[in-house]
Structures are given as structure tokens and as C-alpha cells.
Design a protein around this ligand. Structure first.
Ligand code: ZN
Length: 411
């Protein structure tokens, strides 16, 4: 047994006890947790065809690039959907986005595939270590790379600086309305495709969870906020604005005596970014398999350098356990290199994790997804196996959050 094999069961068996011994984990768990049968019933309300339909709905707005009319139209559509689910009290964060000068319109040309030699240490983002065949893909900045003329026309609108917005809605906790979990994904995209995977897949996951938790017969003890960040692709501008504007409002009752908490105290932040594609490492010719790899899994990451790293690690293992209890098809793995997504803005305030199709540093960063930020990030580029991987991530998060927030079904 290697040290690594040994470590995992110890963590799994120990985290509940560790959490209690630490006094007060920022996220609450196990005590008063709903029975598995109730959580399972809730998870059963997720459905592959509905998940796909929500992704498809998002793709009608093209790549939803920040600062464009198509981005604003997508935001309005998302808000209308949330309201239609019964997540009625939607709110918007407003901030300013300063668009950079237009980038050169170059087509993407992948760098030569490089095989990392034995023993050579090459670092990727988030503290990761790259292994094997590496072929990072630069983002596509050329609208003409889109071969579908109607999609090219849809994605032609200009980017403008100025006021921008993002939307969230909240399931208010029946017993602890002053505490909440934040479940997020970014609704903006890039690359002049449909941003179906990055991040239509995460956005649709969060919307589907908002739908299930908003069912009239669902009660949660704690609050859950469903946030669709904007401007992630320009450096987490939207999620940073949220943190800057609202961190100091946590836990305040307003107006006093009303029982209303506009910003419940943050217990955990869970981000979803690129949920569909897990086809393995590029081959020696630099191409990636058209088929999903048989070992496909969901990657749950925390950041080992975060202020709340220890609690985020424990939160990640709560999600891994929820995956084992509730996900129908695919397993989940935990890693310490969360990076390059909105949860980074929260990780020094609250335990924060991300869920993805692959590890961001070692795998996506090495070119494992050939559609990443490309004109080919289209709904039609993914199979039902790919969509099912995203659905399994939804089952994982729904199961974990139902348990953490104390969800139950009214009789
Ligand atoms: Zn993304």
C-alpha cells in the first residue's frame, strides 16, 4: 500500500470526527442531516433530458461573451428561467467591466505536443504538476473560425465597456435563514462557439439545482444561493464584485427584527466549470480520443494555499462521499489544486471547492479538452455519455448540498 492509498481511507473515515474536534467547521454537517432516502428522492428529480435541454437553451445565445448583447440576453433568459422554477426572488449584482482593446484575430494554433520526460518537474496552474503529453490550446479569438454562418452572425456583436450585471436567486432556509451555501457557475463564455461546455454545462447544472430545491414540497434548514457569475473569462470580475460588495453584509438581519437576511453567513462555496468532457490525454499525434475514456470521473478540487484549505478539503470529501451515495454512473476524485475559476475569489473567506470534468491544472491545462475556448464548443460536439458526466456532477452536488443544508420533503 502506498502512502497515497493509505491517506485516502484515513481522511474519509476521519473527516466527520475531525470536523467536530476542530470545534466549528464553517460548513455544518452530519448533525440533523436528512435521511438518505429523502436526499435520494430529491436527486431523482434530476433528469438527463432536462439537463440537456437547459444547456441547449443557453446555447441559443452563442458564446455569451461578456459585454455583448448576447450575454445580456442570456442573463435575462436565465433570470426568467429561475423565476419560472419558483426561485422567484432573483437579484442582480451590478459592477463595471472595462473591456481591453480587441485582441488580434488570430486563429488558434496549438503548440507542438510536448512529452514531459521522466523526472522532469513542470508546473501548471494552481500548483499542479504536468505529466505525460502536454499540448496547451490558446483560446480562439477569431470570429471567422466559426464555420456555421448563422452562429457566426449571432456571435458578431461587439464587446462594450461599462455597467454589467449577474443574477442569483436564493432558497431561504426555514430554520437558519441567516446561513447559506453558495452554488455557482459562470454564464459567460468565449471562443465564438456556443460555450456549451464552458460553461453552459455548469450554468445548467446550477439552474437544475435551483429548479429542484425550489419545488414547493422541498424545505431546507439553511439557505442556498444559486449564483450565475458573469465576466469569469475576463478574470472573475463578476464573482470578485460579489465578494467585494457583499462579504461585509454577511449574517446581518435587515431590516432589524424582520427575520430577513439579505446576505446570509457563507458556509461554503461550490463552483461548477466545464462538466462534460473527459476523454483522456492527447495521443502522440496531439489529437484527443472522440470517445469518452472508460475511467471518466468528476474532479473535485480545493486549493491547498487557501486560508480555509483544511476545511475546504473536508468539504471536498463530503462531496466525494455524496458522489458515492447518489451519483448513478461516474465516480469523483479529490485534488488540491483548484484554480482559474470563480471559487478562487471566495477561498480566503469560506471553504471553497470546484467541480469539473478534469483537473484544471494537470489535465485541462495540458490540452485534454480540444473544445476548450474554441469555436467547436457546440452542443453538437458532445454525446449523451458526456452530458451524463455533467448530470452525475449535478447528482453529486445536489446530494451533498441537500445533506449540508438539511433538505426534507413536506409530507
Ligand atoms: Zn469556464
Amino acid at each position: 500500500m502506498t502512502a497515497k492509498q493509505f491517506l485516502v481511507p484515513i481522511c474519509c473515515a476521519g473527516f466527520v470526527v475531525c470536523g467536530l474536534l476542530n470545534g466549528m467547521p464553517a460548513f455544518s454537517q452530519t448533525m440533523g442531516a436528512p435521511p438518505q432516502s429523502q436526499v435520494k428522492a430529491l436527486v431523482g428529480r434530476l433528469d438527463l433530458e432536462r439537463y440537456k435541454a437547459t444547456i441547449k437553451g443557453l446555447t441559443q445565445f452563442g458564446d455569451r461573451q461578456q459585454g455583448t448583447d448576447r450575454n445580456r440576453a442570456a442573463l435575462d433568459w436565465i433570470e426568467a428561467q429561475l423565476k419560472s422554477y419558483g426561485c422567484a426572488n432573483t437579484e442582480r449584482i451590478r459592477y463595471i467591466y472595462d473591456a481591453p482593446a480587441p485582441q488580434s484575430r488570430q486563429s488558434t494554433r496549438a503548440a507542438q505536443a510536448v512529452e514531459i520526460s521522466s523526472g522532469e518537474v513542470v508546473r501548471g496552474v494552481g500548483g499542479s504538476r504536468l505529466r505525460g503529453l502536454v499540448q496547451p490550446l490558446p483560446p480562439n479569438n477569431d470570429p471567422a473560425a466559426q464555420t456555421d454562418p448563422s452562429l457566426r452572425a449571432l456571435n458578431a456583436g461587439p464587446v462594450s465597456s461599462g455597467p454589467n450585471e449577474e443574477v442569483y436567486c436564493t432558497k431561504v432556509g426555514a430554520r437558519h435563514p441567516d446561513e447559506m451555501y453558495i452554488v455557482g457557475a459562470h454564464m459567460d463564455g468565449r471562443g465564438f462557439g456556443e460555450a456549451a461546455d464552458d460553461d453552459g454545462s455548469g450554468t445548467a447544472l446550477v439552474m437544475e439545482l435551483a429548479r429542484v430545491f425550489s419545488d414547493p414540497d422541498v424545505v431546507t434548514e439553511r439557505s442556498i444561493r444559486f449564483a450565475l457569475w458573469n465576466n469569469e473569462e475576463s478574470g472573475h470580475v463578476g464573482s470578485r464584485a460579489y465578494v467585494q460588495q457583499r462579504a461585509s453584509l454577511q449574517g446581518r438581519e435587515s431590516p432589524p427584527g424582520s427575520g430577513r437576511y439579505p446576505e446570509p453567513r457563507w458556509l461554503g462555496m461550490i463552483q461548477h466549470d466545464m462538466m462534460l468532457w473527459d476523454h483522456g490525454m492527447p495521443g502522440p499525434d496531439g489529437t484527443v480520443s472522440a470517445e469518452q475514456r472508460r475511467e471518466a470521473d468528476i474532479n473535485i478540487e480545493f486549493q491547498s494555499s487557501a486560508k480555509f484549505a483544511d476545511q475546504a478539503m473536508k468539504l471536498a470529501f463530503v462531496f466525494r462521499e455524496a458522489n458515492e451515495n447518489y451519483a448513478t454512473d461516474y465516480p469523483a476524485a479529490v485534488g488540491p489544486h483548484m484554480s482559474n475559476t470563480d471559487s478562487a475569489e471566495f477561498m480566503d473567506y469560506v471553504p471553497a471547492i470546484s467541480l469539473r470534468e478534469n483537473e484544471r491544472g494537470m489535465q485541462i491545462g495540458a490540452g485534454w479538452n480540444p473544445h476548450y475556448h474554441q469555436a467547436t464548443d457546440l452542443f453538437s460536439s458532445y454525446s449523451d455519455k458526456d452530458f451524463r458526466l455533467g448530470l452525475n456532477a449535478a447528482q453529486t452536488t445536489l446530494g451533498a448540498v441537500a445533506q449540508l443544508a438539511g433538505a426534507s420533503l413536506k409530507k
